[in-house]
Each structure stands twice: as structure tokens, then as C-alpha cells.
Design a protein around this ligand. Structure first.
Ligand code: XIL
Length: 733
């Protein structure tokens, strides 16, 4: 909630970086190309449709934009289209075909022969007695010819036989009351009447009727070792005997935990040995641990899905599509089973699809669509070392020379572990259990250089990583990791130079009715006696920079993760600045209540800063007084405070700095004489144009303004360390 408030505030008031939208503003994940376009060099993308999907304009718009393959969810199944001898229900079946014809979308014909939703009348005569297999074949042939001839103009592939193989894990089975070793075949009426010959016949009839269409054997649980081998053996046997099977359909009714990529690849690679066409015919990812194609789905209670479940689903979709892309030499189509969660045969509460129950695209859609082809082939360099921020003796997290981060978490009974750190808009990095039962994972690519906060989400609960130290951010102590930056020397400890110190100052604040804390950086030379103008020994007085943290942070953020003291020591040692004091106080930014943010004025902090903190600092330390010896700067929300306070109280501060915290406009200040120097900076992944334009306009209006765009960084501490380093060099001159 607080992040959302902050985002709204920042976006509305400061209009900084558009990428922050993902923090709270509703995002249209369907904006951008359709899935079919994103995958045009890989495979077609399909969807199974029902009656409403092809009649409601909002839904047809989704279909037309995203998909270039359509399967009729039920309308073409034998039991639906041909429920009795001589009775044909072409109505809905034709509507779907016509929708596709009109919109130039090709279809997968599903399905010609299946044990379920079948035209069971084919097995009995008018008196209800079982027919001979020859009669059955005659009927099946007529059925297949009729359906295929009616629709083959719009169909490119047929699921000729569906689910003819037995499920995993049954060494024995009862057949006609006797326990016998389990058959590799499903004991369907088809099989009982004809043995596996019905499979061959169905494919032969389909080939007769459609000499060019792709003929598919379609089944679920293809990633189970046993079932995979049964399917393989059957298809191989058939093909060796000349049965026209062109490809295998892997249904893909999976879930957010299953399958592992290796298991999926095993099946694809195995099937590749005998076919060169694979379709993923019925993809959906349940948010529970069930899988497979049988009707034992769980509809669950009607409740929204927890965010971490969404993250697991996005990650699983990303992993599966990465495997699909890798095998695009054989995978020619990937079809989602249903358009939206509302339509899903698994029930809306399984949330299995990239469109939600209101037909709104989920982030899964964006993640599937906006893949990075280069990243598909990327493997991190194996030169990982423990991160310098780790607790003593902790081996993980680790970072490699390219900036990939690797995590390892022991949580033996957990079902899921997510690290909140990851690439590009994803919910983080989802860890997987390794062979020792320990959760491990590596970011998909290099992280931005510099400091990042992160946490673990274990089965929905939020925890810190016991491997690292904690840093105050997001209104709590979070784990932190440091990715080496090319310019990291400017904030590195140096043994050969004098170091200042940071003192904690506690003071009573009448306005807030509590003790408040500030951290005060004193340069190495502070307090030393030096010869004054008249030859007398005296102590030097220093100007003061008041430096504010961002939302969710506190007075420790600049000294610790900001490395403000180290940066100051290095600047002073290198003669780049004349020493000054830096005061880093708690800016009260974390206490905003929902609904009050639009009225944020920074008045409380202004009172504390000017009436309470500055008098304490100027009394307790060797400071120079007056506005030309005071600077105020802040990052993010601290920048917003800075802007509001400097504009209201220009008589207090002579130097102003906004670090990823918005911009000044010349007509807001009105008088170039009231400020000696304005600094504005941000990361190049934030709003560099805004900063550049603002700095130009300030300069044109006669202000001494300077901007900094930090390379390769976003709204994070490396941006602000660099800003401090740059800004400090122009203060108090
Ligand atoms: C499902 C449909 O989605 C449901 O509406 C129907 O009640 C049952 O069948 N494997 C298949 C599909 O090949 O045809 C099934 O479709 C899902 C499992």
C-alpha cells in the first residue's frame, strides 16, 4: 500500500520515471504486439474457443490481436457435432469455422476420435447390442470424412486420435474382472473393441479425407516418464507400419510448480526422434499442484490469487516458453486451452491463463510476449564470489563478474522460494530445489550495477535472506546486495587516506513530540586546531549539507547504503572539495496515511528541520551559519521535500539538490539570485529527458544549474551515490 502511495505521489507530483508505473499504476499488459507477432519466427500461437469468445466483440478483438490459430474447445468433438447416427450439430461448429475464415485464422481440428465426449452410438446397433469392429470403422470413417471435408479448407492440423494411452503408475489393472499386467493403452471402448488398430484406422481415414493436413496424435502428461515412453512406443510402432502420423500433440495441462524444464525437454527430445512436428495443444498452468488432462480439476474457493502465486505462474510461463523457443525446429504451434480464466475448463479460481476473469491481460502475457531472444542463449560466467555485503562467513548470495546474482536458501519444507530481485518487470527470481533439497537460482541476466534491496518470499511470507546484512528500505530492514560498478572506486574504502566519522545525534523534537535521530558526517579534519589569520590556533567552522533519504528509508540509509561518508572522505582526500559537514536526518516521509498523499506539503518536516534540527546542529557542531553555508538535497521523496522547502524558505538554504526527485522550473523560483547552485540528477533508466530539459531551461533563465544522468542505473542508490559525488563538488563555492 505504501509503495502505491509513493508511486502515485511521485508520478503525479514529480512525473519522474515512467517505468515506476509497474509499482502501482494499473498497467495494460496487452499493449504492444500480439503474441502471434512476437512469435512469428518461432511457431503459431493458438487458443481454444467457445461460443461467447467468437461473438463478444471485446473477446474477438483479443483473439484477432493475439492468436493465429484457433481450436474449437468442444464444438467439433464427435459427441457434440455428431451425437446420434445421422444427426449433425453443425451450428456452433460452423460459426467457429466461419469466424476463422472471415478473419484469416487457421484452425486445429479437435478432435476426430476420443474416448470422452465421443459419439458412443457408434459402438451399438439400433437394439443397443455391440457392433462388430467393421461396423464401427465404417461409422468412424463416415464421421471423419464428413467433418474433415466440411472444414479442411480452414484447418491446417487435426487431432486425429486423442488420449489413447494409459496413465502412469499402474503396474496392474482390472480387465473384465481380472487383474492383468497394465496395458500401455487406455482401456477405452475403442480399444476393447479393436485393439490399437482403431488408432491406425482413424489416421488412415483422416489422410484419405485430407491428403495435406498435419495429422496429430494428442495426449496429456507427456512429460511423465512412463506415459512419454508409452506414447513414443505406440507412435513409433504406427509410423513404422506406415500409419500417417505427422506429429505429436503435447496437451500441456501443467501447473505453476511443474514440469521442470529438463523434464519437458526430455519429452520433446524423445518425440523428436520419431516426428518433426510437435504442437503444444492445450496449455494452461493451474495455480495448485494438479496437472494432466483428466477431469479431476479443482475449482477452489472464489478468491483472488495471492501476488506470489502470480509471480510463480509468470515464471513458469517464462520457463516453458523458453524451452518451446529452443525447440522451435519441431514445435510448430502453442495453443492456450481457453481464452481467459473465466472460460477455463479448470474453473475461474485456478487462474490458469494469461487473461484474467475480466479478459484483462495479466503480466504473464507481457512476459511471454516480451522475451529477450539474446537472453535465451545466455549462460552466466561461472566466476561467482560471495557478495561483499554478506554476513560473516556466508557464501551466498554470490555475484559474478557480469553482474548476475545467485541465491541459495535452505527451506526444506517450502513449496516456493522467490527472491524479489530479477530482470525487467518480473516479480523476481524464482528459485528451484536442487538435488540436495536446497533452493537455488540465478538472475536471468546481469543486474544493474550498484546496491539493491531485496527480500525472500517463501510460500507467500516475506523474509530476509540470512546470508546478507539488512538495510532500511520499504519501511523495513531488507536484505541488500551490491553489484560491482565500473566506477566503484569513488565509494570504496581507501586505506591510505584520513577518514571522517559519522556521529549519531539525538534530539527532542517538540513539533513531533518525540526524540529524533540524525547522523552527522564530520570530515577527517573536523575539530583540529589550525593557525588562523592572526596566527592564533583556532578550530575551523564548516558549511552543512542536509541530505535526505527517500520514501521507506531513514537516517541510516545515506550513511550505510548511500556510502555518503566514504564518498566525502574520498572527495576530500583527492582535493575535489573543501571539507563540509553532512547531516542525514529522518525525514518523516514514512508516516503518510493513505488518502492524504495528495496533500503532501512537507510542512511537518520543514518545521522539524528548520526550527529544531538546524539549531541543534549549529549549536553542537562547528558550523558556519547563514544560507550560503547551508545546502538541502534529497533523493526521491527527499527530493520532493527539498523542492517544497527550498521554494518556501529560500532564506535558509543557498544550494539545492534534487536526486531522482523531480525538477525545478525557472518560474517556480522567480529569482536567480536566491540560489547559488541547483543540482538535478537521475538514472538513465528514469527520466533523463526531464532532467536535461529542466537543467537547460534553468541555465537559460540565468541559474547556475547542473545535471547528471547516471549511466545504466534506475531509481536506486548507485544513481544517488553518483549524484552526491558530482553535486558535492559544486557546493559552497
Ligand atoms: C475439455 C473442455 O475444455 C471442457 O469444456 C469439457 O467439459 C471437457 O473437455 N483434453 C482435451 C480437451 O483434449 O478436449 C479437453 O477439453 C481437456 C483435456
Amino acid at each position: 500500500m505504501k509503495k502505491r502511495i509513493f508511486t502515485g505521489l511521485v508520478l503525479v507530483c514529480l512525473s519522474i520515471l515512467p517505468t515506476m508505473a509497474q509499482w502501482g499504476r494499473p498497467v495494460d499488459y496487452s499493449a504492444g504486439p500480439g503474441l502471434k507477432d512476437a512469435y512469428k519466427n518461432y511457431f503459431t500461437i493458438g487458443v481454444a474457443v467457445n461460443k461467447t469468445n467468437i461473438s463478444d466483440p471485446a473477446q474477438t478483438a483479443i483473439i484477432k490481436k493475439q492468436f493465429n490459430s484457433v481450436t474449437a474447445e468442444n464444438a467439433w468433438k464427435p459427441g457434440e457435432i455428431h451425437p446420434k447416427e445421422g444427426v449433425w450439430n453443425f451450428g456452433l461448429a460452423d460459426s467457429i469455422a466461419n469466424f476463422c475464415r472471415e478473419n484469416g485464422i487457421k484452425m486445429r481440428g479437435h478432435c476426430l476420435c476420443w474416448h470422452s465426449q465421443f459419439a458412443d452410438w457408434m459402438f451399438t446397433d439400433k437394439k443397443g447390442k455391440p457392433v462388430k469392429k467393421e461396423v464401427f470403422y465404417e461409422r468412424l470413417r463416415e464421421h471423419i470424412h464428413t467433418v474433415v471435408n466440411r472444414y479442411k479448407d480452414v484447418v491446417y492440423a487435426w487431432d486425429v486420435v486423442n488420449e489413447a494411452m494409459a496413465d502412469d503408475g499402474r503396474p496392474f489393472e482390472f480387465v473384465d474382472g481380472k487383474m492383468v499386467p497394465a496395458s500401455p493403452y487406455r482401456q477405452s471402448r475403442h480399444f476393447k473393441l479393436c485393439g490399437d488398430e482403431f488408432i491406425a484406422k482413424a489416421f488412415e481415414f483422416a489422410r484419405e479425407a485430407d491428403p495435406t493436413g498435419v495429422l496429430i496424435y494428442n495426449d496429456y502428461s507427456c512429460v511423465d516418464n512412463g506415459k512419454r515412453e508409452r506414447i513414443y512406443t505406440m507412435v513409433k510402432k504406427m509410423k513404422d507400419a506406415g500409419v500417417p502420423i505427422d506429429g505429436i500433440g503435447m496437451q500441456g495441462h501443467y501447473n505453476i510448480y511443474f514440469p521442470e524444464e529438463e523434464q519437458l525437454e526430455k519429452a520433446i527430445n524423445r518425440f523428436k526422434e520419431i516426428v518433426n512436428i510437435i504442437h503444444i495443444t492445450e496449455l494452461d498452468l493451474r495455480t495448485n499442484t494438479e496437472s494432466g488432462g483428466q477431469l479431476r480439476f479443482s475449482r477452489g474457493e472464489a478468491k483472488p490469487q495471492a501476488p506470489y502465486i502470480g509471480t510463480l505462474q509468470e515464471d513458469q510461463y517464462a520457463r516453458l516458453f523458453k524451452v518451446f523457443r529452443k525447440h522451435a525446429d519441431v514445435i510448430k504451434n502453442v495453443t492456450f486451452w481457453n481464452l481467459s480464466d473465466k472460460d477455463s475448463w479448470l474453473g475461474v479460481n485456478n487462474h490458469p491463463l494469461p487473461f484474467d476473469e475480466n479478459f484483462k491481460a495479466k503480466r504473464s502475457l507481457q512476459i511471454i510476449r516480451d522475451f529477450d531472444a539474446a537472453a535465451d542463449k545466455r549462460v552466466p560466467k561461472e566466476d561467482f564470489v560471495p557478495n561483499p555485503m554478506n554476513q560473516p562467513g556466508q557464501e551466498y548470495p554470490q555475484v559474478n563478474s557480469e553482474g548476475f546474482a545467485r541465491f541459495r536458501v535452505e527451506a526444506p519444507d517450502a513449496k516456493s522460494v522467490i527472491v524479489s530481485l530479477g530482470l525487467g518487470g518480473r516479480g523476481g527470481t524464482v528459485l528451484r530445489k536442487d538435488k540436495d533439497g536446497v533452493w537455488v537460482g540465478t538472475t536471468e541476466g546481469p543486474m544493474d550495477p550498484g546496491f539493491h534491496y531485496y527480500h525472500l518470499t517463501i510460500d507467500g511470507g516475506v523474509f530476509n535472506d540470512p546470508g546478507t546484512h539488512n538495510y532500511f528500505g520499504s519501511c523495513r530492514w531488507e536484505s541488500g546486495i551490491e553489484i560491482p560498478a565500473p566506477d566503484q572506486d569513488f565509494y570504496a574504502w581507501r586505506k591510505d587516506i584520513p577518514h571522517g566519522n559519522i556521529q549519531q545525534v539525538n534530539f527532542w523534537s517538540e513539533s513531533t513530540g518525540k526524540m529524533q535521530t540524525a547522523n552527522v558526517y564530520l570530515p577527517p579534519c573536523y575539530g583540529k586546531l589550525v593557525k588562523g589569520k592572526n596566527g592564533k590556533l583556532e578550530q575551523t567552522r564548516y558549511p552543512v549539507l542536509y541530505l535526505q533519504h527517500g520514501w521507506g528509508e531513514n537516517e541510516t540509509s545515506w550513511p550505510v547504503q548511500g556510502k555518503a561518508g566514504i564518498i566525502m572522505d574520498n572527495l576530500i582526500a583527492d582535493g575535489k572539495i573543501k571539507p563540509f559537514i553532512v547531516v542525514m536526518a529522518y525525514g518523516l516521509t514514512n508516516d503518510f496515511k493513505f488518502g492524504t498523499i495528495g496533500k503532501f506539503t512537507a510542512e511537518e518536516f520543514e518545521k522539524l528541520l528548520i526550527d529544531e534540527l538546524i539549531p541543534v546542529v549549529e549549536k553542537q557542531f562547528l558550523t558556519k551559519e547563514g544560507k550560503w553555508n547551508r545546502a538541502l538535497a534529497g533523493l526521491s521523496m527527499g527530493g520532493m521535500e527539498t523542492k517544497l522547502i527550498t521554494l518556501r524558505r529560500p532564506e535558509v538554504f543557498g544550494y539545492w539538490g534534487l536526486l531522482s526527485g523531480g525538477q525545478y522550473a525557472p518560474d517556480e523560483i522567480k529569482d536567480p539570485k536566491i540560489v547559488k547552485y541547483i543540482f538535478e540528477g537521475c538514472g538513465d533508466k528514469e527520466n533523463p529527458d526531464g532532467i536535461n530539459k529542466s537543467v537547460e531551461s534553468l541555465k537559460a533563465a540565468g541559474y547556475n544549474a547542473e545535471g547528471l544522468i547516471s549511466e545504466g542505473t534506475a531509481h536506486e542508490f548507485l544513481t544517488w551515490r553518483r549524484c552526491l559525488y558530482q553535486m558535492a563538488q559544486s557546493l559552497f563555492k
